[in-house]
Design a protein around this ligand. Structure first.
Ligand code: TYC
Length: 102
């Protein structure tokens, strides 16, 4: 090996033994009390949606009962849920936000 040229070396692909990190869906749930405008604001503020996207998702959740706001690694999803719940309680709205592994 000491005097073998670099061109003779074959690099074989090695199977990775690590799984990709799990991803989590962050979802909001419908309720009868949180104002539609507040939900639109939350989606714009915490999920970087345009007003149009946020309005579409809010109306979908209003009709269907729940909807996905985004998909993230565990720590990011956890932070989103905490931010939405804390902001909603601060404004005295019961909006629920949960996460679930994909
Ligand atoms: N259903 C609420 C209303 O009629 C609006 C709403 C939409 C609340 C989506 C929560 O996740 C929600 N004011």
């Amino acid at each position: 090996m000491a005097n073998r040229s670099k061109e003779d070396t074959v690099l074989e692909a090695k199977k990775s033994r690590v799984k990709p990190p799990p991803l989590f869906k962050v979802m909001i749930l419908n309720d009868d009390y949180t104002p539609m405008e507040f939900v639109v604001l939350v989606l714009q503020q915490f999920f970087s949606m345009t007003r149009e996207q946020a309005t579409q998702i809010m109306l979908m959740v209003h009709r269907e009962g729940m909807g996905i706001c985004g998909v993230y690694p565990r720590d990011v999803a956890t932070t989103k849920v905490e931010q939405v719940v804390s902001f909603s309680r601060k404004h005295q709205h019961p909006l629920q936000c949960v996460m679930e592994e994909t």
